[in-house]
Design a protein. Structure first.
Lengths: 325, 184
């Protein structure tokens, strides 16, 4: 372990995606800003949907609809901030690692945390043979790292350090908070969409049409526009949010690779670990859609490696960039 | 009018000066705090040594030289004052422990001892943490030194009486490949 003094300025990392040099402090600040911006956008979106919903059902109660939506939005943001890590850990079946049982993992994580200058995160193990890992939480003081049993078994010490350092980068750079907020945003929109579609099925919006005569035609047309707007918002919302997520998430992975390599001073460790992860052909890791983007490699990569909507850059490209550092 | 402009400029300069001052203090605190991370691991290692020496003595009591070397480095570390002295003693201890484990290679029964294996693993993990802590310390020192040696911090370093901090040397012994024993 040697320190390449002057070789790389601490806290300045070359962004693999654009080749630009980025200050990690700027990146962290941008992540924090974006997290709260997302919360605001979601609240606004909810309010808009609620307003439209009120217009097509009962315009007189618009105020009530919007306030309920506002409370929901704020509640969801606060809940995401505090509990999303528990949700992600629960959804992936992670259980806390113990010093007795997973001594190797705990030692490696503690060491890497020292190198990264963050408190040791809580460490979890997922009982799956598929090698994978993710980080979650809201800030470095409240962070968790989860790795699968397959990852511990498959990697040697340097490779495991590389993967843990990659996850530690997500923690240190507040990616975890951003990802939690983003997941919550998408989650709420999807729930609303499904709810409204269900209402349509039960004919909740057919009411005014059946009681023809209580409204004039222009009122009906206005209502039609509102319904179209509502549907567009509900259908486009999740798509827009997903595109946003993809754009930021791929870049984030490159940056976390670069930061991880910097923390361990050993790009080859992570490169060789990624190689092993890419070559894995065994049983997949069954996790719900909502937490898939958190993992270091896509849990379903075998099935759709060339998928246009991949949350991760191609693994070969990541390995190549690490090897060229 | 002119006085207002002058006043505004003075206020802006004062705010900028405060920013630079705070930054230097923050960087200094960080590298000094980084040292405590190393210190914690060094203390852990010191605590592990009596147990290790007892275990090894049970199988190789006559290897007095290496025990003495370990004991010397241990007391040097415990009595060390300041970062540089402690870092020097820590490097001495790393070398002494390396010698001890090399000697242990010659005693198959010792190598099979559960307690010894556990201590060896624990010490390897502590060594790894020391390496990471030292790396983080050097990072923090580099940032601090850059902070007080470049603009605008360099104008403040003198009046604030801040001097560049010293990097920790990585001991030569650690860069070498661990020696394999040649037990006949």
């Amino acid at each position: 372990m040697s320190v390449p003094q002057g070789a790389a300025l601490p806290n300045v990392i070359t962004d693999g995606a654009t080749g630009r040099r980025i200050s990690l402090l700027d990146w962290q600040a941008s992540n924090r800003r974006m997290s709260w911006l997302l919360g605001l956008i979601m609240a606004a979106l909810l309010a808009a949907i609620a307003y439209l919903l009120a217009q097509v059902t009962n315009p007189a109660s618009a105020g009530v609809f919007v306030s309920v939506a506002g409370v929901l939005g704020v509640g969801q943001t606060v809940a995401a901030y505090w509990f999303s890590d528990q949700l992600a850990l629960g959804a992936s079946g992670a259980r806390p690692a113990t010093k007795d049982e997973h001594r190797y993992l705990v030692d490696v994580t503690e060491a890497v945390a020292i190198g990264a200058g963050v408190p040791t995160p809580r460490i979890y193990v997922i009982d799956s043979p598929a090698p994978n890992a993710f980080a979650t939480g809201r800030d470095p003081q409240h962070a968790s790292i989860a790795v699968t049993r397959g990852l511990i078994d498959m990697l040697d010490r340097q490779e495991l350090e590389g993967v843990v350092a990659h996850e530690m980068s997500h923690v240190k750079n507040y990616d975890i908070r951003f990802m939690s907020m983003l997941a919550a945003t998408i989650g709420v929109i999807v729930i609303l969409r499904d709810l409204v579609l269900r209402w349509f099925q039960f004919g909740a919006f057919g009411g005014p049409r059946r009681s023809r005569g209580s409204r004039d035609r222009s009122g009906n047309r206005g209502q039609g526009i509102m319904i179209v707007l509502l549907i567009v918002l509900l259908v486009l919302g999740p798509i827009l949010a997903t595109i946003l997520r993809l754009a930021v998430s791929r870049r984030r992975e490159f940056l976390a690779d670069a930061t991880g390599a910097y923390i361990t001073r050993n790009p080859e460790g992570l490169a060789s670990a990624l190689e092993k992860l890419a070559a894995y052909q065994g049983e997949g890791l069954e996790v719900s859609e909502g937490v898939r983007h958190l993992f270091i490699v896509n849990p379903l990569a075998r099935h759709n490696a060339m998928h246009l909507l991949a949350t991760h850059p191609p693994i070969e490209e990541r390995i190549d960039r690490l090897r060229r550092m | 009018m002119a006085t207002i402009v002058v006043l505004v400029i003075i206020v802006i300069l004062a705010i900028m000066a405060m920013g630079v001052y705070n930054r230097i203090i923050r960087l200094e605190n960080r590298y000094q705090n980084a040292w405590s991370q190393i210190d914690v691991q060094l203390k852990r290692r010191v605590d592990l040594i009596p147990n290790l020496v007892e275990t090894v003595k049970g199988y190789a009591a006559h290897e007095k030289e290496v025990f003495e070397e370990v004991a010397r480095s241990r007391s040097a570390l415990m009595n060390a004052k300041g970062v540089n002295e402690a870092a020097g003693a820590a490097n001495m201890m790393t070398a002494a422990l390396g010698r001890l484990f090399a000697v242990a290679e010659n005693y198959p029964e010792l190598k099979a001892n559960e307690n010894f294996k556990m201590l060896q693993e624990e010490l390897a993990s502590v060594e790894n943490k020391i390496a990471y802590a030292r790396q983080f310390y050097n990072d923090a020192v580099l940032q601090y030194n850059n902070g007080i040696e470049t603009m605008p911090g360099m104008f403040f370093a003198g009046p604030m009486n801040k001097k560049a901090a010293v990097f920790l040397e990585i001991p030569e012994a650690e860069k070498e490949v661990p020696k394999v024993s040649f037990a006949s």
